[in-house]
Write a protein that binds this ligand. Structure first.
Ligand code: FDP
Length: 333
């Protein structure tokens, strides 16, 4: 029954013993991210009424149009995190360079990367979108705003997760001790635990990819999707296709119902579209903690050594056996 399950705050506090060096910073960070999620959720739900649809007219570092909600959410998260005194640097999809906490705020032990609104083109059509976050421990000793604290491989993440703005607003996170999902009760303004230690289901015959790009795909991906579509009931084929066009929403469906998400590289952009540090790595951490996998076709996403804040990677994410299968199509590329 709603309201009886622990709140996100209570749940994280009860698990402080998972972090021997915890001094409350981590729970504060999670609470602030959750607060941002509640505010973005409210803004998204009222989008047409509060001038939150459409674009600002600017393009970001990726050359993509900046949606009004992208900009609003980015500023909100930067302000909220910056004030905590828990961060030494932030990295956002919307900002080219590392972001320092404001002058006067103390520098904390964490570096936080985020995509404020993933799938923002869905906002104008009242379809799902999300926020993705990744928390790394600082590796530098002094000062703030160091790129080095952001450029760490995904396997070192202290925590990662996402907020899904769908028919419900969900907060899903891991600290490397399982994946836990919370649902926002908007009447209470609280996230309540809905699933502890979430795992991918066993069965899997759904794929999620933008097949409209197939004309630019490389041979392994063409052959793989062709295989998925063949009729062979023994191997549960053909697979069903589902594509929402917002990574968080597509991934959440797969996490709950099984399958694989793919955004391959292609002939014009070998590195694909999705960004390693604030899209792929955090969801890869969640996926692995739920028994799934994430690769670039050949390499484990969490083992990629980042070289740039906005670097991209081909991406295959989901049920372990499905990610292994697509890897076999890529193994001779
Ligand atoms: P968007 O550009 O709308 O923000 O990385 C961004 C992303 O959406 C993902 O959420 C989504 O999976 C993908 O791009 C959609 O890209 P395509 O429109 O090329 O399919």
């Amino acid at each position: 029954m709603a309201g009886l399950q622990p709140t996100l705050n209570q749940f994280i506090r009860a698990r402080q013993q998972d972090y021997p060096d915890a001094i409350g910073d981590f729970s504060q960070l999670m609470n602030v991210i959750a607060l941002a999620g509640k505010l973005i959720s409210r803004e998204k739900n009222l989008a047409g009424l509060v001038d939150a649809t459409g674009y600002t007219g600017r393009t970001n570092i990726q050359g993509e149009q900046v949606a009004k909600l992208d900009e609003w959410s980015n500023d909100l998260i930067v302000d909220l995190l910056g004030e905590t005194g828990c961060v030494c640097v932030m990295g956002s999809e919307e900002v080219e360079e590392p972001i320092s906490p404001p002058e006067g705020a103390s520098a904390g032990r964490y570096a936080v990367l985020f995509d404020p609104v993933d799938g923002s083109s869905n906002i104008d059509v009242a379809a799902p979108a999300g926020t993705i976050f990744s928390v790394q421990r600082r590796v530098t000793k002094t000062g703030v705003g160091h790129l080095e604290d952001l450029l760490q491989p995904g396997r070192d993440q202290a925590a990662a997760g996402y907020i899904l703005y769908g028919s419900s607003t969900m907060f899903v996170y891991t600290t490397g001790n399982g994946v836990h999902a919370f649902t926002l009760d908007p009447t209470m303004g609280e996230f309540h635990l809905t699933t502890e230690d979430l795992k991918f289901p066993e069965k899997s015959n759904v794929y999620s990819t933008n097949e409209g790009n197939a004309g630019t795909w490389l041979e392994p991906d063409l052959k793989w999707v062709e295989w998925l579509k063949q009729n062979d009931p023994e191997t549960h084929r053909p697979y069903s296709a589902r594509y929402i066009g917002a990574l968080v929403a597509d991934f959440h469906r797969i996490l709950l119902k099984d399958g694989i998400f793919a955004y391959p590289g292609n002939t014009t952009r070998r590195e694909g579209k999705l960004r390693l540090l604030y899209e792929c790595s955090p969801l890869a951490f969640v996926a692995e903690q739920a028994g799934g996998q994430a690769t670039d076709g050949l390499r484990r996403i969490l083992d990629i050594e980042p070289t740039g804040l906005h670097q991209r990677t081909p991406y295959y994410l989901g049920n372990a056996s499905e990610v292994e299968r697509v890897g076999r199509f890529h193994s001779d590329r």
